[in-house]
Ligand binder design. Structure first.
Ligand code: PMV
Length: 362
């Protein structure tokens, strides 16, 4: 689908009665990372992620017909029961960005009640789950106005709108494995929205586990927006984009044939490549903490000592995502609780696994 295909057409010019919709949308963890973009949120390379299950945002979008049609929508944001003025600018900007595609949003005022299943200051980025939940809520309004849209269009446009809120949010609408960014080996892949990995996944990756070790629950020192922008003049940028696209091609084969050793090698290398880009930006920065490295070394040591297929990946932060096949859960859980939890802030961690994506609750 092309960008123009996402512009809303409402032959009846219907306006809905005031009501609400409730949705939930998960976070995702990239295996091949997206780092670097051009306007409007077009990724410099293709990426692929696991959709998560237990880390999600629930959002109630209440919409009321506006008194004065010419005015901007009035938006009130309530996060975990408290009004949050500071969340408004990001959401208002998102609404401005998407109005071209969903002009009907200008007919209403909104109260957005939102909460995360994971602790707010856990260092887990809530932008993917939060923005995709909001996009799905808006798409559910579109469906009320035009019930004739296909399921495929609904999902693609939900991802398309999510992307305009936060790039990685494009990968949260569906699951369990989503590709975002055009790649010659993935048919129908697009820079504009995420698509489901189109091949049959080897059984070893079914119900794959992700235990998130919360190493640093503070605010990030560098936002991902700043980080992405630093890729513009980055000396290694072009090689990095080529590397990511090559890794996606290799990982595609691995996901089909189940070569878990190669999976580990690609996924860990991707995590370190992402952080290497941060460390070689100008200005440079480091998001890993001493305990991030301690955990990585423990994982490497455990793999050497045992036959384990446990591995790690990192997001734009200090937390470590520990990935392992479901069939190794018993040994992995034991290793994590005996040897890794002590490196987490307040011993906190979250057990997650592959999920199927966002849903409309009511
Ligand atoms: O969606 P953004 O703009 O917050 O970028 C997130 C990028 C990473 O999480 C670091 C990598 C990825 O592909 O999700």
């Amino acid at each position: 689908m092309r960008e123009e295909d996402f512009i809303f057409k409402n032959p009846e010019n219907k306006i809905l009665d005031s009501s609400f919709v409730k949705v939930k949308s998960p976070s995702n963890i990239a295996l091949v990372k997206y780092w670097g973009k051009s306007e409007p949120q077009i990724p410099k390379n293709a990426s692929i992620s696991f959709t998560l299950n237990n880390c999600f945002t629930s959002t109630i979008l209440e919409y009321t017909k506006k008194e004065n049609a010419s005015k901007k929508p009035n938006i009130k944001v309530i996060f975990e029961g408290k009004e949050k003025e500071e969340f408004k600018p990001k959401i208002e900007k998102f609404f401005e960005r998407i109005t071209k595609y969903v002009p009907f949003i200008s007919d209403y005022d909104y109260i957005i009640k939102t909460e995360n299943s994971f602790p707010h200051s856990s260092g887990i980025a809530s932008s993917a789950s939060g923005m995709s939940a909001l996009a799905l809520g808006i798409m559910s309004l579109e469906k009320k106005l035009n019930a004739g849209i296909s399921e495929e269009y609904f999902l693609s446009k939900s991802s398309f709108l999510s992307r305009l809120g936060s790039g990685s949010a494009a990968r949260s609408i569906e699951g369990p494995l989503i590709v975002w960014g055009r790649h010659p080996k993935i048919e129908n892949s697009s820079d504009l929205y995420g698509t489901v990995f189109p091949f049959k996944i080897h059984p070893i990756f079914e119900n794959y586990q992700d235990t998130i070790l919360l190493v640093d629950q503070g605010e990030k020192q560098i936002s991902s927006t700043v980080g992405h922008n630093l890729m513009h003049k980055h000396p290694f940028a072009e090689n990095r984009f080529t590397q990511a696209n090559e890794n996606l091609e290799k990982l595609t084969e691995v996901l089909i044939d189940g070569d878990i050793k190669k999976f580990i090698q690609i996924v860990e290398s991707e995590a370190l490549a992402l952080h290497a880009m941060m460390m070689t930006s100008n200005p440079y920065f480091i998001l890993m903490k001493p305990n991030t490295l301690k955990i990585i070394n423990k994982i490497w040591d455990f793999r050497k000592r045992t036959n384990s297929n446990i591995c790690f990946t990192l997001d734009a932060g200090a937390n470590v995502h520990v990935l392992f096949p479901n069939r190794e859960k018993k040994e992995a859980d034991l290793f994590i609780s005996n040897e890794l939890i002590s490196f987490c802030q307040n011993n906190k961690y979250i057990c997650d696994s592959l999920g199927e994506g966002a849903e409309i609750v009511i």
